[in-house]
Design a protein around this ligand. Structure first.
Ligand code: NAP
Ligand code: ZN
Ligand code: ZN
Length: 351
């Protein structure tokens, strides 16, 4: 076993603070990596503050991880010491159900193991601990290749914010000629804008923060709409093929379903603590519109997304913070003041 240094939440209200714990020695199919950078996802905040059910403390969050391999098990084929690698939201799944067989491990019916806050099958009685830590040990099938052509700190958010927006935009057929809305310009939203633009769609960003309009255009939005301006909203009524909603708080969905074309889809990826008000059924029926959901992405598609980003020079717009700055970063995230993803430089935890 090796000792890892980390930052953990010890209960739902106290600030995160230092914590040490044991990681397993790499097994035959394991990769051990030093964490270089870890993105800060709003899901980390929902989890450490117990806004969703089921948080076990201490909780070491972080599932947007880029690192360097330090050691591999005897049977590892794909990686060697020195490689740049990444780990996202999952570290294992049942591998036998129909979803796993199709490479959709995020929909595993047998139960997947999340990168943090899941029972750790290798360390009985312990939870999985995530990327707010000095190093990790992960099965090679849940480890991804990363191109050294890109800024590794800015790659980290691709592992959740990136794949969670890439996957639904691909699934719902976003291409040139489609009109796509992205709601909320935070970590997920800014990647949604970048991907929608890269896929050639006419991209409209909906925001509550007027001050983000210029950034949204720079990131690839063709138009920006202040979602609290009803007149501006209604100019787009009945016109969208797909709207990707990344908002982290409960709000009225009708304002967006009304903007869909016939057969259009509002895809929800935000998971608010308090449920959204029930949508107006009439708006859905008159227009055969849909409300759908989407969860991160499988390993195959995550690798495809990372390769797409390397080819097209796409990374996240980040603000680097030391591990000790995490509590301030959470406070700013709650004020929608993220431009556009905090990334922890894990050197701060080693020094
Ligand atoms: P984030 O960086 O905090 O961004 C959320 C954005 O939502 C804010 O920047 C803000 O954008 C908007 N917003 C916040 N409060 C709002 C309110 N009350 N009304 C309207 N808009 C509001 O969060 P994130 O990391 O992108 O995560 C977003 C959500 O997705 C979270 O709930 C997270 O847990 C969830 N998530 C889901 C998946 C999945 O697989 N489905 C994966 C990762 C994360 P503006 O300032 O532009 O309005
Ligand atoms: Zn996330
Ligand atoms: Zn499965």
């Amino acid at each position: 076993m090796t000792q890892a240094k980390a930052f953990a939440a010890f209960d739902k209200t106290s600030p995160l603070g230092p914590f040490t714990f044991e990681r397993r020695e790499p097994l035959a199919r394991d990769v051990q990596l030093d964490v270089l950078f870890c993105g800060v996802c709003h899901s980390d905040l929902h989890t450490v503050k117990s806004e969703w059910p089921g948080t076990t403390y201490p909780c070491v969050a972080g599932h947007e991880i880029v690192g360097r391999v330090t050691k591999v098990g005897a049977d590892v084929k794909k990686f060697k010491a020195g490689d740049s690698v990444a780990v996202g939201c999952l570290v294992d799944s049942c591998r036998t159900c129909s979803s796993c067989k199709e490479g959709l491990e995020q929909y595993c019916q047998g139960g997947f193991q999340m990168t943090y806050n899941s029972p750790d099958k290798h360390m009985p009685g312990q939870q999985t601990y995530g990327g707010y830590s000095t190093h990790m040990v992960v099965d090679e099938d849940f480890c991804l290749r990363v191109s050294d052509k890109l800024d590794l700190a800015a790659v980290a958010p691709l592992l959740c914010a990136g794949i969670t927006t890439y996957s639904p935009l691909r699934h719902w057929g976003v291409t040139k000629g489609k009109k796509v809305g992205v709601v909320g310009l935070g970590g997920l939203g800014h990647m949604g804008v970048k991907f929608s633009h890269a896929f050639g769609a006419h991209t409209v960003l909906f925001t509550t923060s007027a001050g983000k309009a210029e950034d949204a255009k720079r990131l690839g939005a063709d138009e920006v709409v202040i979602s609290r301006d009803q007149d501006a909203m209604m100019k787009h009524a009945g016109s969208f093929d797909v709207i990707l909603n990344t908002v982290s708080a409960s709000h009225n969905l009708d304002a967006f379903t009304m903007l869909l074309k016939r057969d259009g889809t509002l895809v929800l990826v935000g998971v608010p603590e308090v449920a959204h008000p029930s949508p107006n059924v009439g708006v859905l029926i008159f227009g055969r519109r849909s409300i759908a959901g989407s969860l991160i992405g499988g390993l195959k598609e995550t690798q495809e997304m990372l390769d797409f980003c390397a080819e097209h020079g796409i990374v996240s717009d980040i603000e680097k913070i030391p591990m000790q700055g995490i509590n301030d970063a959470y406070a700013r995230m709650l004020k929608s003041d993220v431009k556009y993803r905090f990334v922890i430089d894990m050197a701060s935890l080693r020094s």
